[in-house]
Design a binder for this molecule. Sequence first.
Ligand SMILES: [Mn+2]
Length: 432
Amino acid sequence: MIIITTHKGADFDAMASLVAATLIYPGARPVLPTSINGNLKTFLSIHKDLFNFYSPSDITLDHVKKLVVVDTHSWDRLEGMDKLKDRKNLDIVVWDHHTEGDIEASEKHLEESGATVTLLINEIKKQRTLITPIQATLFLMGLYEDTGNMTFPSTLANDAYAAGFLLDRRADLNILSTFLRQAYGKKQKDILFEMIQKAERSEVAGFSISISRMDIEGRIQNLAMVLQMYREIVNVDVAFGIFKDVERKKCMVIGRSNVDEVNIGLLMRSLGGGGHPGAGSALLHGVNPDTIEEMLMELISGNQYSSIRLSDIMSYPVVTVTEDTKIEEVAMILRDMGCTGVPVIDKDENVVGVISRRDFKKVRKTNHMQSPVKAFMSRKVVTIDHNKSAVEAAKLMIKHDIGRLPVMKDGRLIGIITRSDAMMYFYDLLPD
Ligand SMILES: [Mn+2]
């Protein structure tokens, strides 16, 4: 068995490097320490299902033949690996940008760079391995966090080239600004103060909205974060900033929404920009701020922004089983469909339970395979109404730690939504 692991108190660079290494060592198991930093915890609460991380306690160390360590090469920064320290004939590989470390490796990739993930991206580039937009986003997040958005003196040209490669692979900057805590300097403070002094709010289509307009000179970093703070301070459902760059005759529009019903990503796309439901931006050339403000108002009141409903992204028809279906048959259905659970219905088609892989842990004896589903199913079913949004579905799944929700309409089961359906929507990866 090959395992990959990283340092305790894992940050984005550590996790990004862990995921990148799984592309370089296919079949290796990524082991994420249980201690991780706050930013990463928030990110994982939503993205948990995308990565098949193991925890150190899941691994039988005796079976490990090869150990790949990323973003550190010190034994005392690893979690649960002590037993491997004195093991002979263990193949060890390290990928790290730190200079200090005591792990003796047979293969070393120790190079100066702003982030460890840069080293791994170079290798991925060399091997011409394809990466998804979500992977590109995660890698860029590691790269930006460890280089302070390319401003730390430790940043090298290699880091910038790697960032260029990731943007080319469709890394999403709106996701980045949502999960990374960013620098807040004097320029940002001055802009925020001016915005607050001039703040106006209005009610449109039942939502409180504030549109702030400012002239700026040149490029100012982290306006997205300024707008996030502005929305919270002014306490509105939706906030927009229209920043006019006087010299270059262009306007940057940034939006933030705290309500599921106003989808900033969709709205910005109709202005030629992009984003996700909570945050997004667009850059408009030669359009004056009055026109942009009118366009925003029209989009919101015209209801063209409205969130995609669950019925648009759910899967249907739903495969169900009845209370009397045999466990054996359910096992076959789960295997054939490649899913983790199915709803159980009674004679009147009411949802009375869910049977999932998790419930199979209770099935021990062979004769249990002939038992009816009702003996093992979970009777506590969390469902969601078809009128709710993908964001609400994601929140419910996180709260109850489940990967799928039956979608109901007038008490009837009409579909099922999975975590990956919700994720695809969040990243705008829906098929057209
Ligand atoms: Mn690092």
